[in-house]
Design a protein around this ligand. Structure first.
Ligand SMILES: Cc1ncc(COP(=O)(O)O)c(C=O)c1O
Length: 421
């Protein structure tokens, strides 16, 4: 039987969807920037402050014990959600950006020597470019970039994929060599929506002993992420893009590597012993969690993944795919519209440009109709340069969006285009 997906039931759980914007019902298509939060997440976070607020792993008193238990239960829920082997492989950070900076700083120190190479792709978010540029600069390594095709896919030969293709891939096949230490790539592009074949590229990287870091910021809310199946060494994501709170995120890291890596921040919680001459480090995950964590955020994120686990993930993905297909078809009826990112495998993200219409003006007029979309370069300036554009309008969907909302956006966009031309 087809799995049931009741979008009305889902919508009822998101209080913000009842809001009016400029007197119109909110149509929220900016989930790529941050997703909305179900009531359960909001409640879990406020219940922590209202009933068990205390610092974790510090006190012998009841509240501290309860807060610690709630935090560690959230860690376990997240471990289960991404299928990590151990809960201590789940490191709490402030978000994807912090997770990648942790990886780049610490791995850089552990692995990079002058002449080594780090590989990223041309569709990365600035958060998965700049930390690696800094690490390369610090250690005299070189940053190498996988080029992007016209459809918005990696232009790289991956033997496991090429075998299944009618025509062999023409892309770059010199990505890895004996100096390639780190591969850092996004699972899903925030600008294009492309779902990248990360598992296959990771398998190639492994043949060269290359450590792999996946930016999962845009994948975590839409794909069934299994870090052991992907085979990655690191996987970073943000709570606020997966129906959870802002200011909290996760860096999953493989135990063996985390054990070898130096800490990236020093302070309380991350130490075992401190003398004025020297310190030793706490065991995992605390070695990488200096200072008081965002306890309420961790509890909220734990609730967000538990909330997602209550649904059939494939039914959710199917619903979001239907939104993508409908939006793509309808947008293409707008004269002069070009979709940026036409890969075969995509999540519910549509980026587009319209001849004679500036994305900022379109976004402003859509907002007047209560429709929230993102405009600009989406923190992917090199990708904009690749496509020869300054920015796009991006609609990014979540499980609570509907076909009717897309129709509202199309009508509003057509009206806006008429006004702007
Ligand atoms: C692909 C990708 N990576 C990294 C980030 C950075 O996430 P955060 O700002 O939550 O750290 C984003 C945010 O949009 C993203 O889309």
């Amino acid at each position: 039987m087809e799995p049931m997906f009741d979008v009305a039931e889902i919508r009822a759980q998101f209080p913000i969807l009842k809001e009016l914007v400029h007197g119109k019902p909110l149509v929220y298509f900016d989930n790529g920037a941050t997703s909305q939060k179900p009531r359960r997440v909001i409640k879990a976070e406020s219940a922590y402050y209202a009933t068990i607020n205390a610092n974790v792993h510090r006190g012998v008193h009841t509240l501290s014990t309860k807060a610690t238990e709630a935090q560690e239960a959230a860690r376990e829920a997240i471990r289960n959600h991404i299928n990590a082997k151990h809960a201590h492989e789940v490191i709490f950070t402030s978000g994807t950006t912090a997770g990648i900076n942790l990886a780049a700083t610490s791995l850089g120190q552990l692995l990079l020597k002058p002449g080594d190479e780090v590989v990223i792709s041309g569709m990365e978010h600035h958060s998965n470019i700049v930390p690696w540029q800094l690490a390369c600069e610090r250690h005299g390594a070189t940053l190498k970039v996988i080029p992007i095709t016209e459809s918005g896919e990696w232009d790289v030969v991956i033997p496991a994929l090429s075998r299944n293709r009618a025509t062999p891939a023409q892309g770059r096949n010199d990505i890895f060599n004996e100096r390639t230490r780190i591969l850092a790539i996004s699972h899903v592009s925030n600008t294009l929506g492309t779902i990248n074949p990360v598992k296959q590229l990771i398998a190639e990287a492994k043949k060269h002993g290359t450590v792999t870091v996946v930016d999962g910021a845009q994948a975590i809310a839409h794909l069934d992420v299994d870090v052991q199946d992907l085979g990655c060494d690191f996987y970073a994501f943000s709570g606020h893009k997966v129906y959870g709170p802002t200011g909290i995120g996760v860096l999953y890291g493989r135990e063996e590597l985390l054990e070898r890596m130096p800490p990236w921040q020093g302070g309380g919680e991350m130490i075992d012993t401190v003398t004025l001459e020297k310190s030793t480090w706490a065991k995992l995950p605390f070695k990488f969690e200096a200072g008081t964590p965002h306890i309420a955020g961790i509890i909220g994120l734990g609730e967000a993944v538990r909330w997602m686990e209550d649904y059939d993930k494939s039914a959710m993905a199917k619903h979001e795919h239907a939104l993508l297909q409908h939006a793509t078809k309808k947008l293409l009826t707008i004269d002069g519209l070009r979709i940026i990112g036409t890969a075969k495998e995509k999540v519910g993200v549509v980026s587009f440009v319209i001849e004679g219409v500036h994305h900022y003006d379109l976004g402003t007029l859509l907002d007047q109709q209560g429709i929230a979309v993102r405009t600009g370069h989406h923190c992917t300036q090199p990708l904009m340069e690749r496509f020869g554009i300054s920015g796009t309008t991006r609609a990014s969907f979540a499980c609570f969006n509907t076909i009717e909302e897309i129709d509202v956006m199309i009508t509003a966009a057509k009206k806006a285009v008429k006004m702007l031309r």
